[in-house]
Design a protein around this ligand. Structure first.
Ligand code: NDP
Ligand SMILES: CCCCCC/C=C/C(=O)O
Length: 520
């Protein structure tokens, strides 16, 4: 493992460059200076404060399992304080009452500050979540900035409709900020997830309480500090770090929270809906798990298809709801595809995320590491064949070899359940009809990929697959302007695009009689 003096290349070969061991003379962290962790308290009403209980939770370095910071452990009482601040800011503060263009201007200032601190943010994110720094800087920070700027631009484009009514009535709709938003986000893309919820909520004029995942609280606190610097009024963004069953559940069941936007597991999504039903029937938007198909046809560009399968499965160590973890390859190209995939995986480097040569860092924590390894064992006992990987690697930390299973049957656990780790199921198919049937044979419906040069096949697949997005000849092609969110047990409601605003806006109809109209 790099940073630990040996990293790992997939395909069973330890470090090709110099006979297995890396001669790493750049010292620990590849000579990279670790970020200073400056913010570890709850952010409520514009101030960093301890949890009422005084308790803290530990954020750990996934490279080693060592504690990197003790962070305030907020619970129900802290959530209540945060919601009170958000309520006050909504009911009496200026943010919801500013014009959209003024809000947009402050959000652009916020984006400028995030960009100015991009290196620090990227380093915090890599340290907390185990992501390669080079990727974090470009993808995680880049995507965060894009989201903030997109919704800064959207803030003055929120408007209703005039209604053509069937009687002598004049009607129009207003789209008003819905109120206090509870934003519960996971650990796989902490900053991206923060902004995927915070940016549209800000643009809509809502105030909010954000709960980051217990594994990755650091970037949200840092971003709260930058929000204050940018001039976002106190109480508009509050961040309560803490555990899901306490702090998260308190947000979901709070009578004064008007909407919860959540990304995470399907199991917790269900709990959030239950909490809404039992409390104030708040609006709920859920972005949940997936088991997405990536379907590669005989006519595909082989190099491209292999690249998409690798990135579609092993990017972010497979910790993404949209991984194309069921790779279906048509029989005519299958053998060549499998060979090239195995060959290319030899260049995939697992190791310290601060080493620029590394493609894949450690899983986020021990629980996820153990969960993924259990799935790998399931795959073996169910009779699938290990093409690459199949075991943990490194002497410490939560590293797992990128694992590809062949001879996978659709009803195997590894082909049905979300693994959320670097595990690909490779399967063969014959016809378009078979590919459609098997792609849809899942309780999830988040994303799908199709690789073909045939426009008719591409169109037919795009219309037949029941998923929130179908990527044709690309994968992970997310953009702030493109709606993102699933169907079936992958949830409902959209992140990104103008659709993301909907959950933060209440539509109100205004109707008056109209007399003497020359047209009616
Ligand atoms: N769709 C996606 O992008 C994600 C999917 N997952 C899936 O979920 C699996 C388990 O990961 P896990 O971290 O447990 O995911 P969770 O769904 O538990 O976590 C997501 C967020 O929800 C919070 N949360 C947990 N329980 C509750 C609750 N009862 N009420 C309100 N909020 C709650 C978590 O807090 P805390 O961290 O404190 O528990 C976290 O902030 C993964 O292996 C993966 O399959 C996970 C993350 C993202
Ligand atoms: C380019 C990658 C950005 C991924 C952000 C969206 C991920 C969603 C998820 O895994 O929940």
């Amino acid at each position: 493992m790099a940073g630990e003096s040996n990293s790992h290349r997939s395909g069973g070969e330890e470090r090709a460059e110099n006979g297995g061991e890396v001669d790493d003379d750049r010292g620990e962290n590849g000579g990279f200076k670790m970020p200073e962790i400056r913010y570890t308290k709850l952010f409520i009403d514009g101030r960093f404060v301890d949890a009422v209980s005084g308790k803290t939770l530990e954020s750990r370095d996934p490279r080693t399992g060592d504690v990197i910071a003790s962070v305030a452990e907020g619970n129900k009482e802290d959530v209540y304080l945060a919601v009170r601040a958000a309520r006050e800011a909504f009911d009496h503060g200026k943010w919801p009452r500013m014009s959209g263009s003024e809000r947009g201007r402050v959000m652009l200032k916020y984006a400028e500050l995030v960009e100015h601190h991009a290196d620090e943010l990227a380093a915090l994110e890599s340290l907390d979540a185990g992501k390669p720094l080079a990727v974090t800087r470009v993808v995680d920070v880049g995507n965060s900035l894009h989201s903030l700027r997109y919704f800064a631009g959207a803030a003055d484009k929120i408007h209703g409709e005039t209604l053509k009514m069937s009687r002598q009535l004049q009607g129009y709709t207003l789209r008003e900020p819905v109120g206090v938003a509870g934003l519960i986000v996971p650990w796989n893309f902490p900053a991206i997830m923060f902004f995927s919820k915070v940016s549209p909520a800000l643009a809509a004029g809502c105030t909010m309480v954000v709960k980051p995942a217990e594994q990755t609280p650091l970037s949200a606190l840092f971003l709260a500090h930058l929000a204050k610097q940018a001039g976002i009024p106190d109480g508009v963004i509050n961040v309560v770090t803490g555990f899901g069953p306490t702090a998260g559940a308190a947000i979901a069941s709070h009578m004064d929270v008007d909407v919860v936007a959540f990304t995470g597991s399907t199991e917790v999504g269900r709990l959030i809906m239950e909490a809404s039903a039992r409390s104030n029937l708040k609006t709920v938007a859920l972005e949940l798990g997936g088991k997405s198909p990536l379907i590669i046809f005989d006519d595909a560009d082989l190099d491209k298809a292999v690249e998409l399968a690798i990135n579609g499965n092993f990017f972010n160590k497979g910790e993404a709801c949209i991984t194309g973890s069921r790779v279906f390859v048509q029989e005519g190209i299958y053998d060549r595809f499998e060979q090239k995939l195995a060959d290319n995986m030899k260049n995939w480097v697992v190791g310290d995320p601060f080493d620029p040569r590394v493609n894949q860092g450690p899983q986020v924590d021990k629980a996820q590491y153990e969960k993924v390894l259990r799935y790998i064992e399931h795959g073996k006992t169910e009779g699938a064949t290990v093409l690459t990987g199949g075991k943990p690697c490194g002497k410490k930390g939560y590293y797992i070899e990128p694992t590809i299973f062949t001879n996978v049957k659709d009803d195997m656990i590894i082909a049905k359940e979300e693994i959320f780790g670097p595990v690909m199921c490779l399967m063969k198919f014959k016809t378009v009809e078979e590919a459609i049937g098997r792609a849809n044979d899942t309780r999830y419906g988040l994303a799908a990929g199709v690789v073909t040069r045939d426009i008719d096949v591409a169109n037919r697949m795009a219309r037949s697959i029941r998923a929130g997005v179908v990527w044709v000849n690309c994968y992970f092609a997310l953009d702030s302007s493109c709606p993102f969110g699933g169907r079936k047990m992958s949830g409902f409601g959209k992140d990104d695009s103008m659709h993301a605003l909907d959950k933060f806006l209440a539509v109100k109809a205004v109707v008056t009689p109209v007399h003497c109209s020359p047209w009616f």
